[in-house]
Ligand binder design. Sequence first.
Ligand code: ADP
Ligand code: MG
Length: 367
Amino acid sequence: MKNVAGDLPETTKNRFRPARGMAAGIAVCALTAALSGCVLSASSVFAADKKKSRDVFAMDTYMTLTAYGDHADEAIDGAVEEIHRLDALLTTGSGTSEVGQINEAQQNSYLLSEDTASLMESSLLLYEATDGAFDLTVYPLMKLWGFTDGNFRVPSQEEIDAALGVVGADAIEYDASSGRVTFDKNGMEIDFGGIAKGYTSDRLMELFRENGVESAIVSLGGNVQALGKKPDGSPWKVGIQTPEEDGRYLGIVEIEDQAVITSGGYERFFEEDGRTYHHILDPETGYPAESGLLSVTIVSPDGTLADGLSTSLFVMGEEKAVDFWKAHGEAFGFEFVLLTDEGRLLASDGLRDALTSDYAKIEWVEG
Ligand code: ADP
Ligand code: MG
């Protein structure tokens, strides 16, 4: 909890960085940085542009929403409502949420709503494409490790083996035409935590557009997505936070109509007997993924995909992640930035014009 307001979200990863020389912007930044999205607004420069910002706590994290233009006010109101609606739908802790009901329905089929159907489709697609690195059925393992209620502990191998018995999205029967889902195995449970924030920011971009907003940026616990360009016509600059969360950046990426989403083992973790255990699990072993990566950032126009892939590539590790990008980067439309535990910084070729780093020399990976 080291930043300004002393109450920083643990999932804060990406921050906006001031454009050079914008002293007024920097002051704004210092005040709002604690809420993880410091929009350096050009608003001080282009006073004619109406700007509306709002901080929200939802989905267990701090969020900052900013929209520009004449419709910014209504758009932000709508966005806040939408966040709370999705939060209530997707929260795992409650039997009344839709996800809670799906998990209670177990082997009885459950009819998904539009949002959960879309999340289910994305999750199953990711499961297939990533060879199971992304698996929405890891929830029983998340519970076992205490990540769901904060009662952290290292489970016994027997417990892990038992939980692994009900992990594996191939045991989900989902009929896309009817929207019905059924679990094949008793005791299975799902959780959209690996893509929920990306899905939410996608929805917010849609909502902004529908409201006539052309320029907006949101940070949902450090997961950033932007609509259009900054009001002054320049690209948004998003700083990718270091695992040390020391205020430095791994790099600065310039974006337009894109999401920048980071997964790292430093966000949510506990320590026991001198070892660190984090919240991104390897569905194969049932243990926190130890793939040699400290963080994975995905840049893509598709927030849901970016969120799912940041989790997935973190599980895969450098070699598989790079291969995955080579095989699917173009079709899926995404670029990556990886930080290895040796301090190497790798980035995919498509970011050459968008990414700079003072942190380390970038190793460019070509397709
Ligand atoms: P964060 O939500 O902290 O930004 P991620 O997007 O990487 O980070 O999502 C981590 C969340 O995804 C976990 O809290 C858990 O709910 C879920 N999860 C953990 N491991 C996996 C996995 N291998 N596949 C899919 N979801 C996972
Ligand atoms: Mg994710």
